[in-house]
Each structure stands twice: as structure tokens, then as C-alpha cells.
Design a protein around this ligand. Sequence first.
Ligand code: CP3
Length: 359
Amino acid sequence: MTSPLRNDRFLRALRRQPVDRTPVWLMRQAGRYLPEYRATRKAAGSFLAMAKNPELACEVTLQPLRRFPLDAAILFSDILTVPDAMGLGLYFVEGEGPKFERPVRNAADIARLGVPDMATDLRYVMDAVSTIRRELDGSVPLIGFSGSPWTLACYMVEGGGSKDFARVKSLALNDPAAMHRLLEVTTDAVIAYLSAQRAAGAQALQVFDTWGGVLSPAMYREFSLRYLTRIARELERGDGDGDARAPLILFGKGNGLHVADLAASGTDAVGVDWTIELGEAARRTGGRVALQGNLDPVTLYASPEAIRSEVGRALDSYRDGNGGSREGHVFNLGHGMSPDMDPDHVAVLVEAVHALSAR
Ligand code: CP3
């Protein structure tokens, strides 16, 4: 039994339906900037121990919602759970970020990869989704997520983060057939992963193409957009225009050049960063999709006055590019929050979005 949704602003905005205020949530809204997150993480022992424990994943998902009147919750997990379940061995080195014990380097490594079993290998994620959905009790909708095939491939081939993505780009240039096999199997895994999250209770689904913007336009179309489009076409989201359908958001860093192509992919919404004006993105997508974004996260280091003014600028840019209407806008940052941000400034941001967008 699930309770009816009491705040459906976020889902309505994704469907481009009228809302009383522009909905807002923040990428990485659960994280180290919150002292209660740091306490839970310390008690759990590590980030992965926390993410793999459904009760703790639920606790940290709810923490930002207890502080701020956010309009959506996002599953606390990581995009790298999928390659981990494909056998790559995810681990974290303090201060260095994620790493894989067994990166994918050549055609033979790629040939060994398969789609993980969602009911066993990724059971802990589905258990977290159903636990969070139950605990939210209809207060706000729950977003499930995955990495994009290209962004997952970046970590799988590099073995961790990278400055120049030389290994993964070299693989794409030297052996495009092998790269496409890697992206095909990863796309199948992403589709299965998002479908399972939806079945477990996720009410919207976001794909993070964090590293699409490091590609030339031609390589972006071949190695990222093609697979985002396959996800948007094939992912089963449910019928109709009501709450039973889980809308899809394709977010990408540096995807401003490609918003028209993304809007034509079959997605419900496109998430953009701050390097494109929201109004410009709205003009280029012509009302075909909802838009999400796009405040520069660094704005959160600025004064409350500067935060309010930048929030107002982003809201009005969207409205002006969207024919004078605020409909179809989900407010967010253009990328995730950082550990040293001040929770009081987050409160200012959320309050400003709701106050300045009231209809
Ligand atoms: O938005 C949310 O609140 C949901 C949680 C979430 C996390 N990771 C938690 C996390 C989401 C949506 C992600 C996605 C993710 N993970 C992405 C795509 C989004 C983006 O930011 O571009 C990427 C590239 C990753 C890979 C990853 N995982 C990185 C680069 C890091 C940071 C490493 C570090 O030490 O800074 C992680 C770990 C991670 N994932 C943390 C959190 C809160 C920090 C872990 C900790 O507590 O130490």
C-alpha cells in the first residue's frame, strides 16, 4: 500500500502541467555538507557500507528533506553500483574518489561483461528504493537514477576518475567496434536497472551523463547521444499522463550544444548546467520537453542576496525563453553540491525558488 502523493509539483512540472510554484531539488542534496550525514557515515564505517544498507540509505535520503522544503527525494546510492555488479570491484580511496579493482581495457575484457541480475546483484538498491518510498509516505516523489552508458564507460575504462579521459577516448578512436559493444551491454544494464527501480517504487528516473561534455560534438553523437536516445526510446515508463508514469530526465554536464537533439530523443526532460542560459535552452527545445537546472553550484558560496538574485535570474530566463510561462521548469543546480557548502545557504536557495516563482 502506498499513500497518495501530497506534493506533486515536481511530477507535474516534468509533464509541463501548471503548478503553484516551481519545484526544486538539488543534485547531491544528501551528502557531506550535512553534519547528520557525516555522523551516519561515520557510524556506518564507509560510504559503500552506508549505500549498501537499505535502512541507512533511507536515513540519509530523508535527511535533507527534514531540513528544507524540497519537492523531491533522490535515492541515496551511486552510479557505479552497476559496473560494481558487473564484476569490476568498486572501492573508494579517501580523497581520491571511486576506483575499480578490475578496469575494462580491451575487447577481451568487454566480451566478458554481462547485464547484472537486478534481483540478486543489485537487490540492495531495490530494497533501498522500496524502503525510502514507504518512509516518504507520499510526502514528495522519489527519483531513481543511473549513470549514462558513456559516463559509466569512462569509469570502467579509466578505472576511476580522470583529467583527460585519454584511455576511454583512445579505446573509442582505436577500436570503435569494441567501444560500441561496451556501450551496448552497459545500455542494456542501465535500462534493466532503471526499470527495476521503477518497479520498486521510483516515481521519476534521472540519467547522469556527467562526462558527455568532454567529447567533441561528433564523438558525443556517436558514443553518448546514441545510447541516451536508445534509453529514452526503450525504457518502459508506464502509460498515460498520470502519476503511474515515471518521467525520464536526461542530465548532462556541458550538454548545452546538444539540447535540441536531446529533446528529440523521446525523453520527458533535459537537465542542463549553467553554461547555457535556461531561456536559450527553452527556445532550442521549443516546449518539447521540461527543463531542469541550472544554477552554478558555486553560487551557494555567495551571500544570501547574491543567491536570491541568481535564482531570480534563472527563473526569469526560463520564463522568457518559454513564451512567458514558468511551466515545465524544475529548478536545480547545474551539477552536484560540494562538501564544504553551508546548509543555511541551501535554505535560502530553496526558499527563494518557491517565493520568486509563486503564481
Ligand atoms: O544526489 C544525491 O543526493 C544522491 C546521491 C548520489 C551520489 N552519487 C552519492 C555520493 C548520486 C546521484 C551520485 C551519482 C554519481 N556518482 C555521479 C553522477 C553525478 C555527478 O555528480 O556528476 C558520479 C560521477 C559518481 C561517482 C562518484 N561517487 C564520485 C565522483 C564520488 C565522489 C568521491 C569523493 O570523495 O568526493 C562518489 C562518492 C559519492 N557518491 C559521495 C556521495 C554523497 C561522497 C562519498 C562520501 O560520503 O565520502
